[in-house]
Design a protein around this ligand. Sequence first.
Ligand SMILES: [Zn+2]
Length: 347
Amino acid sequence: MSLWCFQIRKTLILGTIFLLSLPYQQVAAKTDRDVGPFVLIIDPGHGGKDHGAAENGVKEKDINLAVAKSLAKLLEKKKDNIKVVMTRDKDNFITLQRRADIANENKGNLFISIHTNSVDKSNKNRKNVSGSSVYTLGLNKDENNMKVAQRENSVIELENDYSHKYSGFDPNKDESYIIFQMAQKKDLLQSIKFAEQAQNKLVSKAHRGNRGVHQAGFWVLWATSMPAVLVELDFICNPTAAKYLSSETGHKEMAEALYEAIVEYVEAFEQKNKNAAIKAGVKNNNRTKSKTVAMQNNTLKCSDRKRRSKYSKVNPDERNFDVAVADEVAWVKDQEENTENTDRSKK
Ligand SMILES: [Zn+2]
């Protein structure tokens, strides 16, 4: 082959490689712009005239705010990747609806509502009950979960015309909670994933007792349009737990536990978005929506009824999950495996 002929072939090959790489370059550029920083909404429960639970000389609103502020401070290290929005950063009253509005207006990627648990004064075990639990939205007939949701939702009664503002929702009436069953949010699977991570960290890092991941009807989780969880740190009615909850060590450890869960979740979220954007770009350069995660697409396609019938026999595992939560976790894992198998067979 002459040198001239070789140069032409080399130019053609390099040109082809350049043209083939264009879609990927555009995907990468678009991904960077579209994704931006991950938006985390931290919602310290209660505030102002709404003290939340108050026992053993401490108020829930103060504990929630202290842990939330400590968490926000830790997240400053990650400010290039994670934008933090607080629904309140001082002792002021904010309605449940306003908290959800703040989350939605800021287009949050994850919503964490921070609370402190308690049980009725009539409960003889109230000084000994302890441990943390993380909730996602769902309708749960379990009496204890229902009570937690009712207590947290009852703050709307501090608003003047709450019945009108919350479309007739009455936190004390069981029948009001049916709306949460009908509204199966598409973000539920991601919510459960984060709930599991947060619960594990509260147990391993902050040494809280493990009361598991549960589902219940919390208005604030229902009104946010993103993966959302409500954390119950520990029980304020237990004098030992109350001491820890109001201590600087407690605030620091619980914030560190949540921080680690958040960082893990965000890393997985970013990796998934990158993979999905690259896959979408290879298939069709015009369809490079960075937030199109393959698993979420599958999630939307699968009807709830089909899923329930297939997974209804999954038992809760040793981490004390609700049956419904264990079903969801099994289903997520199955979906992920299916997605990976489909990807492999396409190669
Ligand atoms: Zn609360």
